[in-house]
Design a protein around this ligand. Structure first.
Ligand code: NAD
Length: 517
């Protein structure tokens, strides 16, 4: 891989030895596209290209799938003992952790996420590998005995080549969510990372090689969704697709998987409500709802981007919330003080700014509403958006209904529990919900009725890796997390044996005794 050594400049931090060209990784080798196509990758604070990446097409996906299929059909990985695979997974976790600083710098450089929030992603990614290493060693399957007549047991088998398609928000960590259970299960994989942010995915090959993962188990094809992603989804030798991204993309992929009846796991978009009742711990709710939508630049699938506030505290909540939002530090993603960095790409910036303008015609603007007043010196072209707060947002407003995926929040008042529930459920999405109240009964009743795959009561976004992750309605299909991920990447074959004599109806015999059963 070609690299450049770029110094830290006054205007813009550039990681040392930054690659200038990113290749595919197929069958244990770095390669360019068969047809030589490339695309440019921008950094979000200058919006200038900093490197090129190989642009995968059908031929590249064919090569990657062939390598993965060869490793699955004829390689050692699917047949290794769980303990042997777990040793490799634990070495992967160690190697990921050893990249902590490098990864944080690369991720921040490529995505615009504040460095303080990029740190820790390596640890979380490493935890995914350790977790699934433990899980496969402890894995046990059902066996059922019908006394004296039958024994039945589950023979769990990895399914084959898994196609993993990932988005650009926290890319490395989200890739680890899929890579760890897929590889742990004994599958081989082809990863297609997001085209906006291919940089950190380039670390995986070295990490896997160092850990001793056999060649061909992991393959990576860079490129666009409509070409590389599409070819992977439609490939007949890829029986499984695990996808994280927008709901509309999920619908296209769902349709394309139908031709081959592929297994699918879909983690899609969200417009998650945070419901603040008058009896909530006010300060804790303010802190959490600010963090919930403005952390990760608002580019977070589980962002609490609709805040529903009970009328008694509504005015005070709006006032305090907006005042705090105005003091959020927006700036250079590499500055450890920065709380909101630059949005990932000019296309995404345009989309978010479009919603900010729509919001001004739909609701009352309390904070933000455009670019920040001051921008980091030398980064005037960066994709910066001031944390933006709209109040009195009606349920039919576009900024209430549509996923913005940026630092923009919609606040709406409610009077009763019933109204809060109706508002909370009034979107096509159903990923997460956050409930703030000191009434235990209300919290649990609300949690059980809200249409969301995940609910946090008086808290936010901390998930034990054993618990399910996923959404309902337009936010997803199937759930990952813990043994559910292993279930997705494996077939559970049922094996039955009869103990004693087999009683079979004797078709075609004219002997009268044949009907005596
Ligand atoms: P996206 O749907 O535009 O792209 C996601 C991936 O799909 C990319 O790798 C892209 O190249 C690929 N792709 C696009 N079209 C394709 C096609 N026709 N066939 C195959 N692959 C295709 O999403 P994005 O903008 O990268 O990510 C943001 C979205 O992801 C948001 O909606 C966010 O909520 C969602 N997200 C969901 C979760 C979750 O766990 N539910 C987590 C993170 C992000």
């Amino acid at each position: 891989m070609e690299t450049s050594t770029s110094p830290v400049t006054a205007a813009h931090f550039v990681p040392q030895d930054l690659p200038t060209h990113l290749q595919h990784y197929i069958g244990g080798s770095f390669v360019d596209s068969v047809g030589g196509e490339t695309f440019e990758v921008l950094d979000p604070v200058s919006n200038q290209p900093y490197c090129t990446a190989a642009a995968g097409r059908q031929a590249d996906v064919d090569a990657a799938v062939a390598a993965a299929k060869e490793a699955f059909d004829n390689g050692p990985w699917p047949h290794m003992l769980p303990r042997q695979r777990a040793r490799v997974l634990n070495r992967i976790a160690d190697a990921v952790e050893a990249q902590e600083d490098r990864l944080a710098e690369m991720e921040t450089f490529d995505t615009g996420l504040p460095i303080s929030q990029s740190r820790g992603q390596a640890q979380r990614a490493a935890e995914n590998f350790r977790f699934f290493a433990d899980l496969i060693v402890a894995q046990h399957d059902n066996a059922f005995k019908v006394p004296g007549s039958q024994l039945n047991y589950v023979n769990r088998k990895p399914i084959g080549v898994a196609g993993l398609i990932t988005p650009w928000n926290t890319p490395f960590m989200l890739e680890s969510w899929k890579l760890a259970p897929a590889i742990a299960s004994g599958c081989t994989v082809v990863l297609k990372p997001a085209e906006f942010t291919p940089l950190s995915a380039s670390l995986w090959a070295g990490i896997f090689e160092e850990a001793g993962l056999p060649a061909g188990v992991f393959n990576l094809v860079n490129g666009f969704g409509e070409s590389a992603g599409d070819a992977l989804v439609k490939h007949p030798d890829v029986p499984l697709i695990s996808f994280t991204g927008e709901s509309t993309t999920g619908q296209v992929i769902y349709a394309n998987c139908a031709a081959h009846l592929k297994g699918m796991s879909m983690e899609l978009g969200g417009k998650s409500p945070a419901i603040v009742f008058a009896d909530a711990d006010f300060d804790a709710a303010i802190d959490s709802t600010l963090f919930g939508v403005f952390s990760l630049n608002g580019e977070r699938c589980t962002a609490g981007s609709r805040i529903l506030v009970q009328r008694e505290i509504y005015d005070r909540f709006c006032e305090v919330y907006a005042a705090r939002a105005k003091t959020i530090t927006v700036g250079d993603p590499h500055d450890p003080e920065t709380q909101v960095g630059a949005l990932v790409h000019p296309e995404h910036y345009e989309k978010v700014m479009g919603y900010v303008e729509i919001g001004k015609s739909e609701a009352r603007l309390l904070a933000g509403g455009g670019r920040p007043e001051t921008l980091p010196a030398g980064q005037e072209n960066g994709s910066y958006v001031a944390p933006t707060v709209f109040a009195d947002v009606a349920a039919d407003a576009r900024i209430f209904q549509e996923e913005i995926f940026g630092p923009v929040v919609a606040i709406t008042p409610f009077d009763t529990d019933e109204e809060a529930l109706e508002l909370a459920n009034n979107t096509r999405y159903g990923l997460a919900a956050y409930v703030w109240t000191s009434d235990l009964q209300r919290a649990h009743t609300f949690a059980q009725n809200v249409e969301a795959g995940m609910v946090w009561l008086n808290s936010h976004n901390v998930r034990d890796l054993r618990s399910p992750f996923g959404g309902v309605k337009a936010s997803g299909l199937g759930q990952e997390g813990g043994y559910r991920s292993i279930d997705f990447y494996t077939d559970q074959q049922a094996v039955h044996i009869t103990l004693g004599d087999v009683h079979t109806p004797k078709f075609g015999r004219d002997d009268a005794a044949a009907t005596d059963y």
